[in-house]
Design a protein around this ligand. Structure first.
Ligand code: NAD
Ligand code: MG
Length: 403
């Protein structure tokens, strides 16, 4: 055993994290979460190493990241870019994989401890499932994985004794509020939502909303898909479903509250009526960092909240008559089965079409609603049936674009 490998983190030594290097695999390293995760790792090079980096199409950034962080593997899902990357890394020992199969192969590689699941959308599901099967800890940013097949993911994680550590800021907040409360009963959780750039607007305004306006989030800088989901409030709907699976809740135990300042990241109300909240500036580096250092807290130089500045924290009810995507997500949450999977697939197609200026902002809702009506409902789907429902919903939703 080499000197270095004696200090490599393993599940047996997980509780004693002092000087142990945690080996991280970043799936989706070129995205908003992925690049922020690399900043976190760079600031704590003594605590973390990078073993895998993956990207969809951005080969230039993937090559730069690989040369800096020197992982064992890089994966590019766009196979046309394989040779470019292979050539650029030819003087290194880094192995290059390509395609969806490359992601699956990398996910099952033994030499890492934590997968940061930061691919956007349904594409993150299969590699995450593979990592769970391989017994890896999952730092989960990709909420769509739990929206599509939450029952199967959670069941598999239990079987394999795998921890799923939330990275989504709301779920990280709830997770942090629950530390030390393992035996206590949750009455409900309160998911906070900024309300996005169109808070207070009505349909007569939303009908004319354009892509560039919807991409301007007031508090968070994120990838394009989640930014649109935040503007339609679908993001909060997906997060309700994510919370159901992560914290084993009924739909009645999940409340959404608009909190435009994004300082309280979410709350837990216990059965004695006491409410715990987790607060901080809106910065995804904090929940990413916490998932990596858990169960420890480690010093950071992130900016701190300033209580000396005049500030108001306010709360209001979401307007689900106007932002109907949230109502549709609640319907899917209540119905269960493959309905959240159908909702997610239709939403991905509709948001992509909106980003290409092919459909209007309110058409997104229309497309999702029609797809939910059309695709056959299955109460207890198998994994294959989830894949099929996703595919059918995509084809149907896409057929609505030319309407
Ligand atoms: P992003 O669009 O910035 O990055 C997505 C990453 O996934 C990129 O590295 C891209 O190369 C990769 N990718 C895209 N399509 C792919 C495909 N088909 N196959 C393989 N890889 C693919 O997205 P993001 O904002 O970083 O979000 C990533 C995930 O984290 C999403 O599920 C999002 O909901 C969740 N999340 C993001 C934030 C945030 O602040 N950005 C906050 C909470 C949760
Ligand atoms: Mg969130």
């Amino acid at each position: 055993m080499s000197i270095q490998s004696q200090f490599i983190y393993s599940p047996d030594t997980a509780g004693n994290a002092g000087s142990i290097v945690k080996r991280i695999a970043i799936f989706g390293s070129t995205g908003s979460i992925g690049t922020q995760a690399l900043e976190v790792i760079a600031a704590h090079a003594d605590k973390f190493s990078v073993e895998i980096l993956t990207a969809h199409t951005n080969h230039e950034l993937l090559i730069t990241q690989a040369l800096v962080f020197k992982p064992k593997y890089v994966v590019i899902t766009d196979e046309k870019k394989y040779t470019l990357i292979k050539n650029a890394l030819s003087s290194t020992d880094i192995k290059v994989l390509a395609g969806e199969q490359g992601l699956i192969d990398a996910a099952s590689y033994q030499g890492y401890d934590i997968m940061l699941a930061a691919i956007v959308g349904y594409a993150g599901l299969k590699p995450t499932l593979e990592a769970i099967n391989a017994g890896k800890t999952i730092a989960l940013a990709n909420k769509e994985t739990l929206v599509v097949a939450g029952d199967i993911i959670i069941q598999k994680a239990k079987e394999k004794n795998v921890k799923i550590l939330p990275v989504d800021s709301e779920h990280s907040a709830i997770f942090q509020c629950l530390v030390g409360e393992e035996k206590n009963v949750i009455e409900k959780i309160i998911l906070t939502a900024s309300g996005g750039p169109f808070l207070g607007r009505k349909p007569n305004f939303l009908v004319n909303v354009k892509r560039d306006h919807a991409l301007q989030h007031p508090n968070w800088s994120m990838g394009a898909k989640i930014t649109i989901d935040s503007a339609t409030l679908m993001n909060k709907g997906l997060e309700m479903i994510e919370a159901k699976w992560l914290f084993d809740l009924t739909p009645e135990q999940i409340q959404v509250v608009i909190h435009p300042q994004s300082i309280i990241h979410s709350m837990v109300q216990f059965e004695d009526g006491s409410i715990k909240a987790q607060m901080g500036l809106p910065d995804m580096k904090l929940p990413i960092h916490y998932a990596f250092t858990y169960p420890d807290r480690v010093v950071t130089d992130f900016p701190r909240y300033n209580f000396k500045k005049p500030n108001t924290l306010s709360f209001e009810e979401p307007d689900i008559k106007t932002f109907r995507n949230l109502a549709l997500a609640m319907e899917a949450l209540n119905k269960g089965g493959n309905m959240p999977c159908i909702l997610n697939a239709a939403n991905e197609i509709a948001v992509f079409a909106f980003l290409k200026n092919r459909v209007g902002f309110l058409d997104i809702t229309e497309m999702i609603e029609r797809t939910m009506e059309k695709i056959p409902f299955i109460q207890h789907p198998t994994l294959e049936e989830y894949y099929d429902s996703d595919g059918e919903a995509r084809v149907f939703a896409a057929s609505l674009i030319e309407m």
